[in-house]
Design a binder for this molecule. Structure first.
Ligand code: BG6
Length: 491
């Protein structure tokens, strides 16, 4: 396969430059994803990959480094020593101090003249300004060049706007790929098809036919070695502002007029702008912050957050957040959207639960009036879609039992499922923007989240403790109970 340039004419070569190329994300996600794309023949023939880092690796030393660090993140059955060697031949490490203008000459020397260029910024966002300016001064950017921005995209609205402004000085919006890897997950993309490729759900896809929506992204891992970053960030900024709000957008958006990137992003933007703003009273009532204490996860004792390496002993950073949100529009008025995410929870589970309305009255003596009808879209650890229904238990009498209709995607489609990063990297290479966030979307998400952060400051309370290996603080269940709902595992 050869890459076509944007005018679709002559094949051109591709240079993919990864700033932060020896960093955690590159090692755990990007290079394994690129290996997989290479293995499956999806990387353009002339594509070369240039990890850029401060470490003074020679090419050989870098290859040895990634042999040790990257291979463990490749599925063993997908690893082939010969293919790996061919993949390494595409790699060319550049030891560059990205803050030094003069250093960009090294990079310039490594890139092919006239190549299509993708610059992946997987560094701290404080470096984005300098990198863009230096790339531009060194003449490394042309109208075809693309930039990929890795989160965190800002700490608040002002810093997100500043990133957008600075990057926008160098790259046109249509060349900026703001990545949210949740948008690359198979089930998330499938949700669009479930909603807009079928007719049966659409008439019911609104309040009051839907009584509530739950979105959970639970992780069993703790903060690990990332405390330096995480303690200044917390669950709201790290997960809810981006991943959970993007999931909410896909659940709640109106049908777009086409799959054109802007058509899809216009609809997501409308959802974000319709989120009911929260004042301090709503923040106190409708949000829950938590922090894990020592406990056990899957049978193993684990430390509390305050005992983790590099976490200050008096840290008030939240490792769990739950929020009740409302969308102020005709479709969703008065339908609560419960969002929660946390580290060191009972298990790794990400799911969206659409809870349908209760029965108007109960005809069957032993059947609850409360609805059992739920559409459960599980993203992780397994991908599945289930519709929960009430059915009659065989035998005399009218005994009712909930049962599930399972959409068995795994056996219906036996083909390979690419990881989110691989899918999104291929989108970048092919110039497809649909699954990336637009500038105004990012800013609208911050506009809604910022008053929550401000409200927490005013309230000045410590996060509520929850034992590692549980589903979060009790206040999270109470948040649901007040709406006569319950999280999936308690329902
Ligand atoms: C990242 C967060 O964006 O997403 C991490 O920074 C988190 O803290 C990760 O662990 C979760 O991603 P996934 O795909 O493993 O659910």
């Amino acid at each position: 396969m050869t890459l076509q340039n944007t005018s679709g004419t002559a094949p051109v070569s591709l240079d993919l430059v990864i700033f932060g190329g020896a960093g955690d994300l590159s090692v755990r996600k990007l290079l394994p994803a690129l290996y997989m794309a290479h293995l499956h023949g999806n990387l353009p023939q002339g594509a070369r990959i240039h990890p850029v880092g401060r470490q003074a690796f020679s090419r050989e030393a870098f290859l040895a480094f990634i042999q040790e660090k990257v291979v463990p993140f490749i599925e063993p059955k997908a690893f082939d020593a010969q293919v790996w060697q061919d993949f390494l031949a595409r790699l060319n490490y550049a030891a560059v101090d990205v803050t030094q203008e003069a250093a960009y000459a090294t990079l310039a020397g490594a890139l092919n003249a006239g190549s299509d260029r993708v610059f992946y910024l997987a560094t701290a966002p404080s470096l984005f300004t300098g990198i863009c300016a230096h790339l531009s001064t060194a003449g490394l950017i042309d109208a075809r060049s693309r930039v990929v921005l890795e989160k965190p995209l800002g700490h608040d609205l002002a810093s997100a706007q500043e990133i957008n402004r600075v990057v926008g000085n160098t790259f046109e919006e249509s060349r900026i790929f703001r990545i949210d890897h949740y948008l690359g997950k198979e089930t998330v993309q499938n949700l669009m098809v479930l909603r807009f490729g079928n007719t049966i759900f659409e008439p019911l896809w609104r309040g009051p036919a839907i009584r509530s929506v739950q979105i959970t992204v639970a992780e069993s891992v703790g903060v690990g070695s990332r405390a330096g970053f995480y303690d200044g960030t917390g669950a709201l900024r790290d997960m809810l502002q981006n991943h959970l709000l993007q999931l909410l957008c896909i659940v709640a958006m109106e049908p777009p007029v086409s799959l054109d990137p802007d058509a899809v992003r216009d609809e997501k933007l409308k959802v974000l702008r319709s989120l009911r703003p929260m004042g301090v009273a709503e923040v106190a009532r409708d949000t829950v912050r938590g922090q894990y204490t020592a406990g056990a996860v899957q049978g193993e004792s684990v430390a509390g957050y305050l005992q983790e390496d590099s976490v200050p002993a008096d840290s008030v950073t939240e490792t769990f957040v739950a929020v009740k949100a409302y969308i102020n529009n005709w479709r969703w008025a008065n339908v609560p959207f419960f969002l929660r995410t946390g580290k060191r929870m009972q298990e790794r589970r990400s799911e969206i639960v659409i809870e349908f309305a209760d029965l108007p009255f109960s005809l069957f003596a032993d059947a609850p009036r409360k609805s059992v009808n739920r559409l459960v879209i599980q993203l992780q650890p397994e991908e599945s879609i289930q519709l929960q229904m009430m059915a009659k238990e065989p035998g005399s009498g009218m005994r009712l039992q909930p049962v599930s209709l399972n959409l068995d995607l795994e056996s219906a489609f036996t083909g390979r499922r690419a990881e989110a990063y691989e899918r999104l990297l291929m989108d970048v290479i092919r110039g497809r923007l649909t699954h990336f966030m637009r500038r105004d979307e990012l800013e609208a998400a911050w506009t809604w989240v910022e008053p929550i952060i401000e409200g927490w400051k005013v309230l000045n309370e410590r996060p509520k403790a929850y034992t590692a290996g549980t589903w979060g603080p009790a206040a999270s269940s109470a948040l649901m109970a007040r709406e006569d709902s319950a999280w999936m595992e308690e329902a």
